[in-house]
Design a protein around this ligand. Structure first.
Ligand code: FAD
Length: 396
C-alpha cells in the first residue's frame, strides 16, 4: 500500500504541505486532507476587505481543485481525536483514519475567557473576526454602521498571537473606511495589553499623516487593564476609564493552538506546540508535524507566509522519510505587509534557520519612515502579488 499522510486543516499550512507532497509524490502517497469547511476564507487580506480595498469574494477559496489532485482524498469533516500510539485520527463523523505521518495545521483557537464579560455568545455583538468568514462580515457591517463622531474600541491580544501587525493594520483600514465615507470625526481607541507592537513607528507615523487625531493607542500603563466588557450596553471598563455606548467593540482575545493539537497532547508553553526547528516534527512525537499558527516556531511570527514557508520543510522531510531522496536544507522565510492607507503599504521580513533550541532569525528587513511614495506603492503591489501567488499555490 502507498504510505499514508493525513493532513488536518486545509489552510495556509495544510494546503501548502499538500501541494508540495503531491508535487514530490505524484500519486506515490495516499494523502487525506481533513477540513470541515467547504470554503476557506483567508484572514490574510481580510483587513483590506474591511477597508473597502477588496471584495469579500477575493478572500474565499474552495477545495475543488485540491480534490482532483493525484493521490488526494478530501474528508469534509473535523478531526476530533488523535491516538498517537496507534497512529489514528478519529473524525467528528466517526470515521477513523490511520496514518504513517500526520500533519497538523489547525490554526488557532480563541480563549473566550480571557476578556472578562466577553464570551462565545458575545461574539455576535462584539466580534473578533480573528477567524475569517461570518465574523469578518459582521465586523464589516458594524463598521459600516458607525456614525460620524462614533466610538470604536479595539481590544488587542497578548503575545503570542496570529499576525502580529494584524490588529494595527485593521485599525488603519477602519480609519480609511471612515475617512473615505465622510466620518472622519469618529474615534478609534486601541486598548492594548502590550507595551509595544509590530511596526509601531511606521503605523504611528502613518496614522498621524492619514488620520490625524482619529486613532489613540493605549498601552497597559495608561488604560490600567480591561476590568470588564458588557455586550448588552456596549460598555468597556478599564482601570482608567469606562467607555459606554460604544458603536463598535472589536475584541481580539488571547489565542492558543487549534484545540485538536492541544487535545492530542502536543502543546507546551502558552498552549502552542513545540517542534524540532530542523524538521518541524512535534517534540512529542516525530510521526507528527505541526506547522503554522499552532506551532512554536521560535523567532518566526504566526503568519500565512511563515506557514507556507514551513510547509516546504514539512513536505521535504515527509517525502524523504516515506519516499527516499534528499531532505534538503532547512531555511525559512517570512514577509508581512500592512496597508496603512491607499498605496501606503509597509512590510517587515526575515530569514530564519534552525538553531539548537528554536528557529532563529538570521536576517531582517523592514520599511523605513523615510520611504518614498513610490516605494510604498510598490510594497502594495508586492503584497497583491503575494496574495495571488499564495492562494494559487494553496487552491489553484
Ligand atoms: P489557518 O489558515 O487558519 O488554517 C487552519 C485550518 O484548519 C482551517 O481551515 C480550519 O477550518 C481547519 N481546522 C481547524 N481545526 C480543525 C480540525 N479539528 N479538523 C480539521 N480541520 C481543522 N498572514 C500573512 O502572512 N500576511 C497577512 O497579511 C496576514 N494578515 C492577517 C490579517 C488578519 C486580520 C488575521 C487574523 C491574520 C492574518 N494573517 C496574515 C495570518 C494568517 O491568516 C495565519 O497566520 C495563517 O492563516 C495560518 O495558517 P494555519 O494553516 O496555521 O491556519
Amino acid at each position: 500500500a502507498r504510505p499514508k499522510v493525513v493532513i488536518v486543516g486545509g489552510g495556509a499550512g495544510g494546503a501548502s504541505v499538500l501541494r508540495r507532497l503531491v508535487e514530490r509524490g505524484n500519486d506515490a502517497l495516499d494523502i487525506i486532507l481533513v477540513e470541515p469547511q467547504a470554503t476557506y476564507t483567508s484572514c490574510f487580506y481580510s483587513n483590506l476587505f474591511l477597508g473597502g480595498f477588496q471584495p469579500l469574494d477575493v478572500l474565499r477559496h474552495d477545495y475543488g481543485a485540491i480534490a482532483k489532485l493525484p493521490g488526494v482524498t478530501l474528508a469534509r469533516d473535523a478531526a476530533r481525536a488523535v491516538d498517537l500510539a496507534q497512529r489514528r485520527v478519529t473524525l467528528a463523523g466517526g470515521s477513523v483514519l490511520s496514518y504513517d505521518r500526520l500533519v497538523l495545521s489547525p490554526g488557532i483557537d480563541l480563549d473566550y475567557g480571557s476578556v472578562p464579560g466577553w464570551s462565545r455568545e458575545a461574539e455576535e455583538r462584539m466580534p473578533h473576526a480573528w477567524k475569517a468568514g461570518r465574523q469578518t462580515e459582521i465586523l464589516k457591517r458594524q463598521l459600516d454602521a458607525v456614525p460620524d463622531g462614533g466610538l470604536i474600541l479595539v481590544i488587542a491580544p497578548p503575545d503570542p498571537y496570529r499576525c502580529p501587525p494584524g490588529p494595527y493594520e485593521r485599525v488603519s483600514m477602519m480609519a480609511h473606511a471612515l475617512t473615505a465615507t465622510g466620518r472622519s470625526r469618529a474615534r478609534i481607541v486601541i486598548l492594548d495589553p502590550k507595551d509595544r507592537f509590530s511596526k509601531q513607528p511606521l503605523f504611528q507615523q502613518g496614522w498621524e499623516k492619514h488620520y490625524p487625531g482619529m486613532i489613540e493607542w493605549m498601552p497597559p500603563a495608561i488604560h490600567a487593564g480591561i476590568q470588564t466588557v458588557d455586550p448588552s450596553s456596549m460598555t468597556v471598563e478599564t482601570g482608567f476609564e469606562t467607555y459606554r455606548n460604544a458603536d463598535l467593540v472589536n475584541v481580539i482575545p488571547r489565542q492558543t493552538a487549534g484545540r485538536i493539537a492541544i487535545e492530542a497532547g502536543l502543546a507546551g508553553d502558552h498552549l502552542y506546540c513545540p517542534i524540532d526547528p530542523l524538521t518541524m516534527q512535534s517534540r512529542a512525537d516525530p510521526a507528527v508535524f505541526v506547522l503554522g499558527d499552532a506551532a512554536i516556531a521560535g523567532d518566526m511570527p504566526k503568519s500565512a507566509f511563515a506557514a507556507n514557508s514551513q510547509a516546504q520543510r514539512v513536505a521535504a522531510i515527509i517525502g524523504h522519510e516515506l519516499l527516499g531522496g534528499t531532505d534538503g536544507e532547512a531555511a525559512y522565510l517570512n514577509r508581512c505587509w500592512s496597508l496603512i492607507a491607499a498605496n501606503d503599504s509597509v512590510f517587515v521580513g526575515g530569514a530564519y534557520r534552525p538553531g539548537p533550541d528554536k528557529i532563529e532569525q538570521v536576517a531582517s528587513d523592514i520599511s523605513t519612515l523615510e520611504d518614498s511614495a513610490a516605494t510604498r506603492r510598490a510594497n502594495y503591489e508586492d503584497s497583491a502579488g503575494w496574495y495571488a501567488g499564495l492562494t494559487l499555490d494553496m487552491f489553484g
